[in-house]
Write a protein that binds this ligand. Structure first.
Ligand code: NDP
Ligand code: 8X3
Length: 249
């Protein structure tokens, strides 16, 4: 049984991935900050597979280190790391953007991904095997107006994904980047700080990607034969042609 460590498992893409992986009998280490959601996931998914949960903030270096050091023995060998935790905070011009929002995005989306990877990679190297899936974004391929720092954080994820492949190549560690376009999750609620009416408009007038669509792709990527590594995968909803061209009704 393979063990998958999923950050940002309490919502959206991470949660759908946890549910799909549980059905497919992966042993799961599920992470997030919201304790009650982690408890609910553990209760529900334990009916299908072995599950443990870790409550920590990916942007807090010591919390990451301590949480990962506390993983129960039977979950300690991580076969698959899914670096998914992340969000956009705000959607403003560079001149009007909030420095707190910028720091949150860089601390969570970039440094958080690094802290978690740094804690898990050594045992993958020791095992001479492993799989890291980095959830980037189409925002990491093409910038859009007001996207500035979120886009920069996802361009960084794209660069780190490529860098990990180079540096970890000699240890048989596979590294894949998955870059979704618009996915209907809690993402826009977070971006617009709980303004759910504004968040809803992002997904109105067309069929956005669903979290389950991305979970399905992640599952496909990690279940290829060991000699197959999908390096980079960009996925849009059919209605979306680029960051800003969306065929709405
Ligand atoms: P959600 O808001 O639904 O989920 C975000 C997840 O990240 C939650 O589980 C949240 O858990 C976790 N998270 C956020 N901040 C932290 C933190 N500081 N420490 C630990 N966990 C954290 O959004 P999505 O599912 O859409 O987003 C998942 C990933 O997909 C992100 O990296 C996002 O950038 C990316 N993405 C999303 C797209 C979209 O359109 N939705 C498109 C392209 C990429 P908790 O709050 O419990 O900590
Ligand atoms: C999320 C998709 O277009 O809001 O990464 O940046 S977008």
């Amino acid at each position: 049984m393979k063990t998958a460590f999923i950050t940002g498992a309490t919502s959206g893409i991470g949660k759908a991935t946890a549910e799909l992986f549980a059905k497919n009998k992966f042993r799961l280490v599920l992470c997030g900050r919201r304790k009650e959601r982690l408890e609910e996931l553990r209760t529900n998914l334990s009916k299908l597979t072995q599950v443990t949960t870790l409550q920590f903030d990916v942007s807090k270096r010591e919390e990451v280190k301590n949480a990962i050091a506390s993983i129960p023995e039977e979950f300690k060998k991580i076969d698959i790391l899914i670096n998914n935790a992340g969000n956009a905070h705000g959607l403003s011009t560079i001149q009007e953007g909030s420095i707190d929002d910028w720091e949150a995005m860089l601390d969570i989306n970039v440094k958080g991904l690094l802290y978690v990877s740094k804690a898990i990679i050594p045992q993958m190297i020791e095992n001479n095997s492993g799989f890291i899936v980095n959830i980037g974004s189409t925002a990491g391929k093409e910038v859009y107006r007001n996207g500035n720092v979120y886009c920069a954080s996802k361009f960084a994820v794209n660069a780190l994904n490529k860098s990990m492949r180079l540096d970890l190549n000699e240890y048989n560690i596979r590294v894949s980047g998955i870059h979704p376009g618009l996915v209907e999750t809690e993402f826009s609620d977070v971006r617009f700080k709980g303004d759910s009416d504004r968040a809803k408009t992002v997904y109105q007038g067309y069929k956005a990607l669903q979290a389950e669509d991305i979970a399905d792709i992640i599952h496909f990527v990690v279940t290829r034969p060991y000699h197959v590594n999908i390096e980079d995968l960009v996925v849009y909803p059919t209605a979306q042609a680029s960051a800003t061209i969306i065929n709405k009704n």
